[in-house]
Design a protein around this ligand. Structure first.
Ligand code: GAR
Length: 220
C-alpha cells in the first residue's frame, strides 16, 4: 500500500534555501509530502519566489500589521489550519512564538536551528561558536515546544570549525548539512517513524538521545 503523502505547511522569513531542499525532495519523489502552502511574515523574500516557481500557494502575513504577538499568532494559526496540515515546518521563520501557538501544534511542528543545541540558542550562532573557540559546530532539527530553541531534538549534524573560518564560511558549511538533515527529518515524520511523546523524540519507537540522531560531517 502506498504511503499517503503528508500535508506540510512551511513557514519562512527569508531566502528559503531549506524550503527549496524540501521542494526538491518532493519533486524528485524522495519525500512522501505535499507542500500545501508557504507562509511568510516578511514581504519580498526570495522564499516566496521559490514557492511560486514550484506552483505552491503562498500567503504573506506581515507581523507589522498586528497589534501584538498574540494577535499575529492567532491569525497565523487560522491561516495554517485552513490548509489542514499534518506537519508545520519552520524553515528560517524568525519569530518568537506564543505558548498558545506552540501548544496548538505540539508534536507536529519542527524547527531548524543553526547550532548544536542546547548550545547557542538564539541568534548569531556561528559567530558565537567562533568566539567560544569551539572545534565543532552544527545544526539541529527539533520539535517545537514553548521553550525557545528548546524542544526535543530529532537530528543533529556537526561540522568541523577550520582555521581561518569566519561566520560566513562556517554558516555555508552548516547550511550544506541543513539541506540534508531537514528533508531527512521531514521524511521520517511523514513516514510515521519520528514522533514526540512526553517531551522526548522517538525514532521507530526508540527513544532518541538528547541531541537526537547524530551525523558527523568531516567536510572542510
Ligand atoms: C537557516 O540557516 C536556519 O538554520 C536559520 O535561518 C536560516 C534560514 O535560511 N534559522 C534560525 O536561525 C532559527 N533560529 P533559509 O531561509 O535559506 O532556509
Amino acid at each position: 500500500m502506498a504511503i499517503q503523502s503528508s500535508r506540510v505547511v512551511v513557514l519562512i522569513s527569508g531566502s528559503g534555501s531549506n524550503l527549496q531542499a524540501l521542494i526538491d525532495g518532493q519533486q524528485a519523489g524522495n519525500l512522501p509530502i505535499n507542500i500545501v502552502a508557504v507562509i511568510s511574515n516578511r514581504p519580498d523574500v526570495y522564499g516566496l519566489t521559490r514557492a511560486a516557481q514550484a506552483d505552491i500557494p503562498t500567503v504573506l502575513l506581515d507581523h507589522k500589521a498586528f497589534a501584538n504577538r498574540e494577535a499575529f499568532d492567532q491569525q497565523l494559526t487560522q491561516v495554517i489550519d485552513e490548509y489542514s496540515p499534518d506537519l508545520v515546518v519552520l524553515a528560517g521563520f524568525m519569530r518568537i512564538l506564543t505558548p498558545q501557538f506552540t501548544q496548538h501544534y505540539l508534536g507536529r511542528m519542527l524547527n531548524i536551528h543553526p547550532s548544536l543545541l542546547p548550545k547557542f540558542q538564539g541568534l548569531h550562532t556561528h559567530q558565537r561558536a567562533l568566539d567560544e573557540n569551539e572545534t565543532r559546530h552544527g545544526v539541529t532539527v527539533h520539535f517545537v515546544t514553548a521553550e525557545l530553541d528548546g524542544g526535543p531534538s530529532a537530528i543533529q549534524a556537526s561540522v568541523p570549525i577550520i582555521d581561518g573560518d569566519d561566520a560566513s564560511s562556517l554558516a555555508k558549511r552548516v547550511q550544506r548539512q541543513e539541506h540534508i538533515i531537514y528533508p531527512l527529518a521531514v521524511k521520517w515524520f511523514a513516514e510515521g517513524r519520528l514522533a514526540m511523546k512526553e517531551n522526548r523524540a522517538y525514532l521507530d519507537n526508540e527513544l532518541l538521545p538528547e541531541h537526537g540522531y547524530l551525523i558527523e560531517s568531516h567536510e572542510h
